[in-house]
Write a protein that binds this ligand. Structure first.
Ligand code: F6P
Length: 326
């Protein structure tokens, strides 16, 4: 057991639906253990600037259902510098913060690993990102909601596509990971999916459209992940128009709508479980790890392993999509 009495909590990087549910779980579990909880606003940047305040259980009332993050978030360039790290550490000392709960994605844990190379402070991470690109957990907080948002949007696009006999190229988020594209594409019955993890030849994509055309398919939905290698929705739709001038083609970028909204049940439950587990781990002295859920069990993975390589997309799913949409 550790002797920690005061812990800080922050959210960092892109926000994700369910972060508030995780904050609630951390604060309430911390109070249960008799800890003092300090909220750190705007992630590492707020840590550097000392934007830190005491949190009570009432501060997290009525937030489990809200998107965004009540702690606000940021991507801090200053935290990448030695001077920034030193300022951040000084602020933690000043507020007597002896342990940290860090909620965020890949960048958050890379920042943490860098910080802890130079300064010793117990910390536990919680995976909060819509991208689902972290090792050590089956799902990240926000992914399920983001996919549901994308699915709702693509279903609507299919309605208008069908009405006009159009082909739509829909671009979804995910940074360098194709999970949002893969899951939303499967759920929407997409004709094709392009993701960064797989190198595609544009001619193969066009040949598949040609095949569908000859079978008189009237609607085509191509879901493309923002960093797939053919250049995104606009570039892909231009290439389609160049080969099939007779087709009525539109490109649609869903953008930040995928990051907002009320978290799904799955994200609220995941966030609650991980917030609770993270504080229990800190109290037990199990630190410098990220809490995750694998096969429905809470597991802890060292920060150093989280940042090494991401989750692995199951490429077989792409093959399945082509069979199911045929
Ligand atoms: O990491 C979450 C994410 O939404 C990615 O999917 C996307 O590439 C990126 O953040 C967008 O970042 P920003 O909000 O800074 O434009």
């Amino acid at each position: 057991m550790s002797t920690i009495k005061n812990i800080g909590i922050l959210t960092s990087g892109g926000d994700s639906p369910g972060m508030n549910a995780a904050i609630r779980a951390v604060v309430r579990t911390g109070v249960y253990h008799g800890l003092e909880i300090f909220g750190i606003r705007r992630g590492y940047q707020g840590m550097i600037e000392g934007d830190i305040f005491r949190m009570q259980t009432t501060d997290v009332s009525n937030i489990i259902q809200r998107g965004g993050t009540i702690l606000k978030t940021a991507r801090s360039k200053e935290f990448m510098t030695d001077a920034g790290l030193a300022k951040a550490y000084d602020q933690l000392k000043k507020h007597n913060i002896e342990g940290l709960v860090l909620i965020g994605g890949d960048g958050t844990f890379r920042g943490a690993a860098h910080f802890f190379e130079q300064y010793t402070i117990p910390a536990v991470g919680i995976p909060g990102t819509i991208d689902k690109d972290l090792k050590g957990t089956d799902f990240t907080i926000g992914f399920d909601t983001a996919v549901n948002t994308a699915v709702e949007a693509i279903d609507k696009i299919r309605d208008t596509a069908e009405a006009h006999d159009r082909l739509f190229v829909v671009e979804v988020m995910g940074r360098d990971a194709g999970y949002i594209a893969l899951y939303s594409g499967i759920a929407c019955g997409a004709e094709d999916i392009l993701i960064p993890e797989q190198t595609q030849d544009i001619n193969d994509v066009l040949d598949r459209i040609d095949y569908d055309e000859r079978r008189k398919k009237t609607v085509h939905i191509l879901v493309v992940s923002e960093h797939e290698k053919l250049g995104g929705a606009k570039e892909v739709s231009d290439r389609i128009i160049a080969r099939f001038p007779q087709l009525d083609v539109r490109a649609c970028v869903l953008g930040h709508i995928q990051r907002g909204g009320a978290p799904s049940q799955a994200d609220r439950v995941l966030a609650s479980r991980l917030g609770y587990a993270a504080v229990n781990a800190l109290v037990a002295g199990n630190t410098q790890v990220m809490a995750g859920v694998v096969n429905d069990q809470v597991v802890f993975t060292p920060f150093s392993e989280i940042v090494k390589d991401g989750n692995c997309v199951n490429i077989d799913m792409l093959e399945m999509i082509r069979v199911l949409s045929s």
